[in-house]
Design a protein around this ligand. Structure first.
Ligand SMILES: *Cc1c(COP(=O)(O)O)cnc(C)c1O
Length: 362
C-alpha cells in the first residue's frame, strides 16, 4: 500500500500529515545543526527550546493557571496509575475511584497493589461499562477522586466532570487530551500517554497542581517516581523522551496555529462524531454500544447486528483504505477512533463504506 490510509487506530494513532512532513523534512538536519533531533544532547540549547516550547504550548492550550506545572514523563499512563497514589496518599489517606472500564480498573488495581486506602465511589460495570455513572458515593475526606475522562475501549466520555467539591480530580486523559477545553481548576493531576492524541508512545504528559507536588513528602520512593523530581528539574532530571517531546511540540503547534485552539478542535471533533453516530443510528444493521448521552466523540464503538459479518467488515474496510476499525480484543466488535488528526474526510469515507457494505450484505 503506497497511499496513506484513513487511520482509525485507537493508539498509537493518526498524527497530522503536516507534522509528519515536517518531521521528515527536518530528519537529517535539525535547525542547521547538521544532526537530527534524535542525535543531539538533551542539554543542548536546541533541545532546550523544543522543551520550553512544548511546555508553553501545553500551558496555552489548556489556559493553565500559574499554580500548575507541566511535566514530561516516561512509562505511559500505566505508570501514572502507580505514581499518583504513591505521591498523593500517605498511610492514612484515602482516595475514591470511579470505575468506567478497563483503564479505570487498572488504575484502581495499582493503588490497591501499593496498599493504599482506595475504594470505588461509583461504577458502570453492571451494564458492561456502557455509560458514565451520574451519581457517586463520594468520601468528603478523600484526598482525590480518580476518573478516566474518555473510555477508549467502551466508547464513553465524561460530558460533565463530576462535582467533587474541594476534592481534586486525578484524571487519566489519555484518549481525549486536547480534544476539547477542560476546566483545569477542578483537577489536581491530569495525565496522558501521548500516543492517542499528542504524539508517539514513550511520552506521558502530566499537568499537576503545584501544592500536590508536596503531598506525602515522607514516603520513600524511587526518585523518578516523584512528580517533584520532574518539576524541580524541568523534566530533565535524566534524559527525557526527546523525540516524543519534539513531535508533541509540533502537534501542539498544529493545534494552536492550524486548528486555532481547543474550542475549534472540539467543534470539529463534535461534527465528525455526529456524522458517524447519525449514520449508526439510521439503521439497525449497525448498533452503537455506548448509551447515547455518554457517547465518546473520540472512540465510536459499535457492533454489526450480524456479528459474524464483523471480521468481513473490518477486512473489506481495510481493503478500501479504512484502517484500525477492530474493537479492543477484550470486547470485540468494531471501533472507529476519531482523534484530533483524523479528519472529516476520513469520516465521510467511512460512512460511505458502511452504507455500501450494508447495501451489499444487509
Ligand atoms: C491507552 C490508554 C491507557 C494505556 O496507556 P499506556 O501509555 O499504554 O500505559 C490508559 N488509559 C487510557 C484511557 C488509554 O486510552
Amino acid at each position: 500500500m503506497t497511499e496513506r490510509i484513513h487511520n482509525f487506530n485507537p493508539g498509537p494513532a493518526a498524527l497530522p500529515l503536516s507534522v509528519l512532513e515536517e518531521v521528515q523534512a527536518e530528519m537529517l538536519h535539525f535547525k542547521n545543526s547538521g544532526m537530527s533531533i534524535l542525535e543531539i544532547s538533551h542539554r543542548s540549547e536546541l533541545f532546550g527550546e523544543v522543551l520550553a516550547s512544548a511546555r508553553n504550548r501545553a500551558r496555552r492550550l489548556f489556559n493553565l493557571p500559574d499554580n500548575y506545572r507541566v511535566l514530561f514523563i516516561q512509562g505511559g499512563a500505566s505508570l501514572q496509575f502507580a505514581m499518583a497514589p504513591m505521591n498523593f496518599l500517605g498511610p492514612e489517606d484515602r482516595a475514591d475511584y470511579i470505575n468506567t472500564g478497563t483503564w479505570a480498573t487498572k488504575a484502581f488495581e495499582q493503588a490497591s497493589l501499593l496498599g493504599k486506602k482506595v475504594r470505588y465511589a461509583a461504577s458502570s460495570e453492571e451494564k458492561a461499562f456502557s455509560f458514565i455513572p451520574k451519581t457517586a458515593d463520594l468520601d468528603p475526606k478523600a484526598r482525590y477522586v480518580h476518573i478516566t475522562s474518555n473510555n477508549t475501549i467502551r466508547g464513553t466520555q465524561w460530558q460533565h466532570y463530576p462535582d467533587t467539591g474541594e476534592v481534586p480530580l486525578v484524571c487519566d486523559m489519555c484518549s481525549d487530551i486536547f480534544s476539547r477545553p477542560v476546566p483545569v481548576e477542578k483537577f489536581g493531576l491530569i495525565y496522558a500517554g501521548a500516543q492517542k492524541n499528542l504524539g508517539p508512545s514513550g511520552l506521558t504528559l502530566a499537568i499537576i497542581r503545584e501544592d500536590m507536588l508536596h503531598w506525602n513528602p515522607d514516603a520513600v520512593m524511587p526518585t523518578l517516581m516523584r512528580y517533584k523530581t520532574y518539576s524541580d528539574h524541568y523534566s530533565m532530571y535524566n534524559t527525557p523522551p526527546c523525540f516524543g517531546i519534539y513531535v508533541a511540540e509540533k502537534v501542539m503547534a498544529w493545534l494552536e496555529n492550524e486548528i486555532g485552539g481547543l474550542e475549534k478542535m472540539a467543534a470539529l471533533n463534535r461534527a465528525k462524531a455526529e456524522r458517524l453516530y447519525r449514520a449508526l443510528d439510521a439503521t439497525d444493521f449497525y448498533q452503537g454500544t455506548a448509551e447515547k448521552e455518554d457517547r465518546s466523540p473520540m472512540n465510536v464503538t459499535f457492533r454489526l447486528k450480524n456479528t459474524e459479518l464483523e471480521p468481513v467488515f473490518i477486512r473489506e474496510a481495510l481493503a478500501a483504505g479504512l484502517g484500525g476499525l477492530k474493537g479492543h480484543k477484550s470486547v470485540g466488535g468494531c471501533r472507529a477512533s476519531l482523534y484530533n488528526a483524523t479528519g472529516m474526510d476520513a469520516v465521510e469515507s467511512l460512512v460511505n463504506f458502511m452504507d455500501d457494505f450494508e447495501k451489499r450484505k444487509g
